[in-house]
Design a protein around this ligand. Structure first.
Ligand code: 5GP
Ligand code: ZN
Length: 114
C-alpha cells in the first residue's frame, strides 16, 4: 500500500534497523523502544489490523510468532521472558495501520498494561 509507513519500510524507502528479513516477514527495531528489546514483526503483505484479517492470513499470523520465538533466542530474552502485543484500533492506541507484533523484553514488564 503506497501510503503506509510500514510498507515503505518493507520497500526500503524509509530506513529501519532490521533484525530479521525473509520473503514474507520483516522485523525491525521500534524507533521509540519501550523496553531494552522492542522489535516490530510485520508481514510484508499489507494487512491493516486484526479486524481486517481473513482466513487466508492464518498462516502468516502463525509465522510471525515463529519469528518472534527465533528472535527471542537471538536477543537472549527467551529464558527471562518477553511479551507479544498487537494493538488493534483507537482504544488500544494503534498508530500504524499495518499489522505488527510488538516483541518487548529485557526488563520486568507490568501487568495489567496501561
Ligand atoms: P502501534 O501504536 O501502532 O501499535 O505501534 C506503532 C509503533 O511503531 C510504535 O511503537 C512506534 O514507536 C513505531 N514506529 C512509528 N514510526 C516508526 C518508524 O518510522 N520506524 C520505526 N522503526 N518504528 C516506528
Ligand atoms: Zn502497509
Amino acid at each position: 500500500m503506497t501510503n503506509c509507513l510500514f510498507c515503505k519500510i518493507v520497500a526500503k524507502k524509509i530506513p529501519a534497523k532490521i533484525a530479521y528479513e525473509d520473503d514474507k516477514v520483516l522485523a525491525f527495531h521500534d524507533i521509540g523502544p519501550q523496553a531494552p528489546v522492542h522489535i516490530l514483526i510485520i508481514p510484508k503483505k499489507h494487512i491493516s489490523s486484526i479486524s481486517d484479517l481473513s482466513g487466508q492470513d492464518c498462516e502468516i499470523m502463525g509465522y510471525l510468532h515463529l519469528i518472534a520465538k527465533k528472535l527471542a533466542k537471538e536477543y537472549k530474552i527467551e529464558k527471562s521472558g518477553f511479551r507479544l502485543v498487537i494493538n488493534n484500533g483507537a482504544d488500544a492506541g494503534q498508530a500504524v495501520s499495518h499489522i505488527h507484533l510488538h516483541m518487548l523484553g529485557g526488563r520486568k514488564l507490568q501487568w495489567p498494561p496501561g
